[in-house]
Design a protein around this ligand. Structure first.
Ligand SMILES: [Zn+2]
Length: 261
């Protein structure tokens, strides 16, 4: 058993390891970036075919304005830190969907979707940047790849690593739906783990600061969200639990982020 575990572990190491930008956390990535991009793009396009576009020019402009600034800051950071190769994976799109859910997400490759319900709660570009910085951070940190890698391992075990590239791609395509869940669920990405959430919080604050926004509004924003202004729990919170610990972590990280970025 022990031997098997050692073999398995070394295969994992051989097949793909990454380092998360800004946090330096080591991560296991078994799926190629190309497979993640193509499978998520299929999900995204299917979803956008049926998603009704918002009629609000003012809100749409706000999403594009804030989204672009965060996208620019993200690319600047990647280029300046020897990660220019990662930039080519991003082909940014900014969408505002007519839907009262309080939600937003960013697919791998930089496909940003914001729901009108969220726009009713955000009161400034800074507050929108809190959400978009966080969502873009999930994409930059390749959290989807990590989740897909876990799914691939759970479903196929280590033998997947020995299969041909095309067999691996087919397996990933099949599993993409269970990772994203958009279209099949409520049009949201399935919940990330707590570790991924706090990492995205931390990175998101840095990205928004780099984009010229004020990260101090983050604490008040998440408090406002968890206070449940709409009477029901916002969809964003079902995937992004905003408990006291989360807010404490943000408060703790803010002074360092403001001093260093
Ligand atoms: Zn998140």
């Amino acid at each position: 058993m022990k031997k098997l575990l050692i073999v398995l572990a070394s295969m994992l190491v051989l097949s793909g390891c990454g380092t998360v930008p800004l946090t330096g956390r080591r991560q296991i990535l078994l799926v190629s970036d190309q497979d993640v991009l193509s499978s998520s793009l299929t999900q995204y396009r299917d979803y956008m075919k049926t998603a009704p576009k918002s009629a609000s020019t003012q809100w749409s402009n706000m999403v594009t304005r804030v989204g672009k600034k965060i996208a620019d800051a993200t690319e600047r950071y990647l280029r300046a830190n020897g990660l220019a190769a990662e930039v080519k994976d991003f082909s940014w799109e900014f969408n505002l969907v007519k839907d009262d859910q309080v939600n937003a997400f960013c697919m791998p490759g930089g496909k940003i979707v914001v729901y009108e319900g969220l726009m009713k709660i955000v009161s400034s570009d800074d507050e929108l940047a809190v959400v978009l910085g966080h969502e873009v951070a999930h994409a930059v940190a390749k959290h989807s790849n990590e989740r897909m890698s876990q799914q691939v391992l759970a479903q196929y075990g280590a033998q997947i690593l020995n299969r041909s590239l095309s067999e691996k791609s087919a397996a990933v395509q099949k599993l993409a739906g269970t990772v994203y869940g958009i279209g099949t669920q409520v049009g949201v990405m399935l919940p990330f783990s707590r570790k991924h959430e706090s990492e995205a919080d931390y990175m998101g604050l840095i990205l928004m600061k780099m984009a010229g926004y004020n990260p101090d509004v983050a604490v008040g924003f998440w408090q406002k969200m968890s206070a449940g202004t709409t009477g029901t729990v916002p969809a964003l919170l079902s995937t992004h639990p905003s408990d006291a610990q989360r807010i404490k972590d943000i408060q703790k990280a803010l002074p360092t982020i403001k001093a260093n970025y």
